[in-house]
Design a protein around this ligand. Structure first.
Ligand code: BV8
Length: 263
């Protein structure tokens, strides 16, 4: 039996009896829904008229308040393009498996929490209930003046940067957390409360380079959680977890649920 199969069985055995499960996901979980990962995106993914813009900037520089202040048109075009991509995408079997994991754990009286760095709302659409959005949501936009948020129509904005309907002269921005911005306090407090209590912790489809999200696996491990990484490649967390399931989350997670709960 292959090493990966043994590890999958070992993780399934732990999942079957776990009482408190915490999951952190990143862009890799949405890759099989056709959404480019954050560090894997290339200019070729962009519409022709935006490729020139993209070549000058990389996501790490675009996802900042400074980029928005310097070039609100370019940043809001990029985010609106991504927003429409997220709305057009469908949850993949990895998202569905995580919603099933939550149902199985809850049906046994266990505690489950899913913290996502993704802003695409695909976990919600797959049926996950207890989802904490660490980096906000691209589906919601907010008035930079009043802070009021709303979900724009599922069509492109007519003008860039889009004007706010809440305050004359103010702009709209995506309701995401940019680099240098604080994560939502309630979400952060939930992570600091739940990660150390986990008996089983999964880090799935994330390169584990963005903090504070990348630090939650350590918080769990320090208090004795069994930690598992699901990823196609090695990451900054690979050498620090107890078990590595190497491959696409859309294939690994459904097999894990089947082994743990359905056989
Ligand atoms: C903050 C916006 C403080 C939305 C994003 C230590 C502590 C605290 C902060 C820091 C710190 N050290 C440094 C910092 C600053 C900074 C940071 O972490 N910088 C990094 C680059 C070093 N952190 C911050 O600024 C955070 N803010 O801490 O504020 C503060 C406190 C008070 C007051 C003021 C400030 C804010 C971080 C959030 C930044 N916003 N995005 C958006 O546009 O999406 S982060 C951005 O990266 C995305 O949101 C993305 O979610 C996130 C992480 O990327 P990943 O999800 O991991 O995606 P990536 O492409 O990197 O990797 C994909 C992975 O999937 C790969 O491993 C790949 O192999 C794998 N994969 C691919 N396909 C599959 C797959 N795996 C499985 N199956 C597949 N099919």
């Amino acid at each position: 039996m292959s090493d990966q199969t043994n590890i999958l069985r070992l993780v399934a055995d732990r999942l079957r009896v776990a009482r408190r499960v915490v999951v952190v996901t990143g862009a890799g979980v949405s890759a099989e829904s056709g959404l480019r990962t954050f560090r894997g995106a290339t200019a070729a993914d962009m519409p022709k008229d935006m490729q020139a813009l993209w070549r000058e900037f990389d996501p790490m520089k675009l996802a900042t308040p400074e980029a928005f202040d310097a070039n609100p048109e370019m940043v809001t075009r990029w985010y609106d393009w991504r927003r429409l991509g997220c709305l057009a995408a469908e949850p993949n079997p990895g998202h569905t498996a995580l919603a099933a994991m939550e149902r199985h754990i809850a049906s046994r009286g266990g505690d489950f929490a899913l913290f996502t760095q993704n802003v695409d709302r695909l976990h919600h659409r797959a049926g996950s209930q207890r989802v904490f959005e660490l980096h906000g949501s691209i589906i919601e936009w907010r008035c930079v003046q009043t802070g009021e948020t709303f979900e724009p129509e599922p069509t492109p904005f007519e003008r860039f940067p889009p004007p706010s309907p809440f305050h004359p002269g103010a702009l709209l921005r995506p309701n995401v957390v940019w680099f240098g911005e604080a994560l939502p306090e309630s979400v952060l407090l939930a992570a600091f409360d739940l990660a150390p209590k986990a008996d089983l912790f999964f880090t799935i489809g994330t390169s584990s380079v963005v903090y504070p999200a990348a630090g939650f696996v350590e918080m769990a491990a320090r208090e004795g959680a069994f930690t598992v990484e699901v990823n196609k490649d090695d990451t900054a967390a690979t050498t620090r977890v107890d078990a590595v399931l190497r491959g696409p989350s859309g294939e690994i997670l459904p097999r894990l649920i089947e082994l743990a709960f359905e056989v």
